[in-house]
Design a binder for this molecule. Sequence first.
Ligand SMILES: Nc1nc2c([nH]c(=O)n2[C@@H]2O[C@H](COP(=O)(O)OP(=O)(O)OP(=O)(O)O)[C@@H](O)[C@H]2O)c(=O)[nH]1
Length: 312
Amino acid sequence: MKKVDVAAAVILRPDGSFLLGQRAPGTFYPGYWEFPGGKVEPDETPREALVRELHEELGIAVETAHPWIVREHVYEHAHVRLHFFRVVAWHGELQDHVHTALSWQRADALDVAPMLPANAPVLKALQLPAVYGISHAHAIGADAQLAALAQALQQGLRLVQLREAAMPELAREGFAAQAVALCHRHGARVLINGDTQLAWALGADGVHLPVEKLMQSRQRPEFPLVGASCHDAPELARAAVLGADFAVLGPVQATASHPQQPALGWEKFARLIEYSPLPVYALGGMRQADLPRALAAGAQGIAAIRGAWTTD
Ligand SMILES: Nc1nc2c([nH]c(=O)n2[C@@H]2O[C@H](COP(=O)(O)OP(=O)(O)OP(=O)(O)O)[C@@H](O)[C@H]2O)c(=O)[nH]1
């Protein structure tokens, strides 16, 4: 079956809600909900199609659209390749010309159904925040890390990785137990790097797979959330095949924590994730100030070790 490229828009409001449209009678999957968008014409880029479709369908002019994930799905009528964009700025009054209804929705509290079958993983990706904080208690000490974690959670951090393979086992378990409890008190999700058993024992939300574990795993670990560390295209492909929820790719810039790894730079980062079905965080020397750059490159956001903690 021929592949059909489609541009799809996650039109986001500052409160995190996004727009869905209900497909009209007489189309494929009538009554199903979808992200606004449509087919890419032969002479268009996906971005150009996005701008045209949103103008035609909704009467709005796109100001800022970040490329995001690309997902393929085989329907009875077509093999579609959906190029998702996150539209964060636009102007004009919303006037729907093609749907039965429009609705602003939140990924964690969807109250319209059914969604088009290709879109379930997209809703899961929409629940990921822009910043992924990675602990380094082994370097700064457990108490300092817990204090920094508490402060970052207070300031809105919602996704955390405990990356403490370098800590002695007992100390690591004690630290992780406190950190998991602290994250959960703040409604943040927390993943344990590399240690499935510890993640189970502590009731963590998932595991984060270091590269060796990613390449060895035959099956997705059974957790609500699975992340994976990647440095190149084969590793990103492996994370997608395994069914991870997101990947971390780096180092984008040279860092003190990984001086031996050559930096990718933003251009190569953007090229590597151009067709990624998974959301990807940029890692390596990242600070809050790098977030706009990361989003423009197509990232989910930034993953930071030093840059996530304000008190070290
Ligand atoms: N716009 C949009 N299309 C989606 C989404 N998810 C998804 O699988 N699709 C598929 O991508 C294609 C979108 O094409 P379209 O909206 O331009 O065309 P259509 O099938 O409604 O009819 P058409 O042949 O009259 O253009 C459809 O096959 C649709 O099922 C989504 O979230 N938004």
